[in-house]
Design a protein around this ligand. Structure first.
Ligand SMILES: Nc1nc2c(c(=O)[nH]1)N[C@H]1C(S)=C(S)[C@@H](COP(=O)(O)O)O[C@H]1N2
Ligand SMILES: [Mo]
Length: 430
């Protein structure tokens, strides 16, 4: 029971580079003297000679109406993604700082943003949603009327199809954090009215096979969605993490299509037009079409592929000396649940299965963890996710082989992190 990480036996080392069994995570012995002794000793010493801190000697701040993160945490911010804005001036993007977060829910103020024409200032009292086209009864809703409908709550990720684009197209790996590299990804608890309820009320005609959704921002972003998706699990989302959707996320209402590429989740939703065919809008025909290696193009790649990356440690971080670490990261799939995440600490020669934090929700971020003892030598860490359909995250070379060199959409390749002898964590291609 008193075993420490320093005398973990050979059979608990499960793969190269010092990866330890995920079963050790459940053992308190892991956080015993061996693992974090240095930290505990230092703080004990500090306590012994500590003065009484000043915050104990004065009365604290009064209760306040809306809380904010601690003042010393104000540098935890979304990364404004400038390189893309140089390409398309109307675009504005920010990425979630995943290397600063440890859970699975993205704090609403740190949810990534992709605005094709900026964030509109929508007046909720004047906002309307129209449901029209091939329906028996065209309907118009205001925010107040929607409050009376039955609602559902579900946790789902949103990921831009252009997430990780720098890894997809830059000839040399960009040295930046998870916010820049993989930040167009977030995970929230969404609450709203199931779209099937609204569609049933309107009465979709048999020839109604598609729904063209449009937003009330300048670009009037519009996408065609198969009616089955709308009926299966489409949500008219009104709440995000319990409170009203943030303006950045589409206040007062957005379309939520679990697992489908971010672009289809139309924000500031104002129109659902039921049609017999896709509308081939500029956003689906021009911007969100992938070019394959043979020059042909694929439109309507709806679900995002299985993907993962390690957040701790990750690029831009520096290791705090050899010894025990918990490797931790995020995995997800647009096709359903994450089934398995494997971690390698020797550049992919050997792999160990990570522990997954439950509940494992379909089409939601899942956190994985694995104990590791780093001996201080240079190595490459990576994670590889498998989803419940059996789909496995590809290596970068396999992903690149599938597409035209210019394609950056739906990049889901394995992310290797190089740890140098000095303890620097760097982005590498493998
Ligand atoms: N009306 C409207 N909806 C939109 C967009 C937009 O610019 N306008 N951006 C889309 C894109 S490309 C993505 S990836 C997601 C981003 O959602 P978020 O900003 O809430 O993270 O919203 C989609 N919905
Ligand atoms: Mo996007």
């Amino acid at each position: 029971m008193t075993k420490s990480i320093s005398d973990v036996s050979g059979d608990e080392v499960v793969a190269g580079g010092g990866l330890l069994s995920r079963r050790l995570l459940l053992k308190s012995s892991l956080i015993g003297t061996g693992a974090v002794a240095a930290g505990l000793t230092a703080s004990t010493g500090a306590l012994a000679e500590a003065d009484i801190p000043d915050w104990v000697t004065v009365s604290g701040e009064r209760a306040r109406g809306y809380g904010l993160p601690a003042e010393s945490e104000t540098d935890v911010q979304r990364a404004i993604i400038e390189p893309w804005q140089e390409v398309a001036a109307a675009f504005s993007l920010s990425g979630t700082p995943h290397h600063r977060l440890r859970g699975t829910i993205t704090p609403s103020g740190l949810h990534f943003e992709v605005h094709h024409g900026g964030r509109p200032d929508v007046d909720p009292a004047r906002h309307r949603l129209m449901l029209h086209g091939l329906v028996e009864r065209p309907l118009k809703f205001d925010l107040e009327s929607l409050e009376r409908y039955p609602m559902v709550t579900a946790t789902h990720f949103l990921e831009c199809a252009g997430n990780s684009l720098f890894n997809a197209i830059m000839p040399e790996p960009m040295q930046a954090g998870c916010d820049m590299l993989h930040g167009l990804l977030s995970n929230s608890e969404w609450t709203g009215v199931p779209l099937s309820v609204l569609m049933d009320e309107a009465g979709v005609k048999p020839e109604g096979l598609w729904v063209v959704a449009a937003g009330s921002d300048g670009p009037a972003l519009a996408r065609s969605i198969p009616i089955e998706k709308i009926m299966n699990d489409g949500i008219l989302a009104l709440y995000q993490n319990g409170e009203r959707i943030r303006p950045e996320q589409g206040y007062p209402m957005r379309l939520l299509l679990p697992g489908f590429e971010g672009n289809m989740n139309v924000k500031w939703l104002t129109s659902l037009w039921v049609t017999d065919a896709p509308a081939h809008t500029k956003h689906e025909s021009g911007e969100y079409t992938e070019i394959l290696a043979d020059g042909s193009s694929v439109k309507f790649t709806f679900a995002l592929g299985v993907k993962s990356f390690i957040t701790h440690p990750s690029a831009t971080m520096t290791m705090n000396g050899p010894g025990f670490y918990e490797i931790s990261g995020l995995a997800w799939s647009g096709a359903g649940r994450v089934e398995r995440v494997e971690v390698s600490a020797d550049g992919g020669q050997s792999w160990a299965e990570a522990a997954l934090d439950g509940p494992i929700n379909p089409r939601a971020l899942t956190r994985f963890r694995l104990p590791w003892r780093w001996d201080g030598s240079p190595l490459v860490l990576m994670s590889r996710a498998t989803d419940e359909t059996g789909a496995v995250q590809p290596a970068r070379s396999d992903w690149k082989a599938k597409y035209d060199p210019s394609n950056f959409l739906h990049y889901n390749a394995i992310q290797p992190w190089q740890i140098t002898a000095e303890g620097a964590v760097q982005n590498v291609y493998m």
